[in-house]
Design a protein. Structure first.
Length: 87
């Protein structure tokens, strides 16, 4: 379980900064990170980092698939972790 915790902390930290980088690129009109990639990173365990990145960087907050999708992914991951720990 310790390694799972470390992996989740690392991936969420990376995803948080990726959202910040994408916001910076948006301001600079540079080549962006695809929405599919941002959502995939959240689905692969980085939902907390994605949600925090949305809040801190004010990024993708008006897009419905992020506004509602990220919290749903986070909820599903919390349920999965609870089932893992209690079974």
């Amino acid at each position: 379980m310790y390694y799972l915790f470390i992996c989740l902390v690392v991936i969420n930290g990376v995803v948080f900064f990726v959202y910040g980088i994408d916001k910076w690129k948006a301001k600079k009109s540079a080549r962006r990170i695809s929405e599919a990639s941002l959502l995939l990173m959240a689905a692969l365990g980085g939902s907390v980092g994605a949600w925090l990145g949305m809040k801190v960087w004010h990024h993708k907050t008006l897009h419905k698939k992020f506004k509602y999708g990220i919290p749903l992914i986070l909820l599903a991951q919390i349920i999965a972790l609870l089932l893992l720990f209690y079974n």
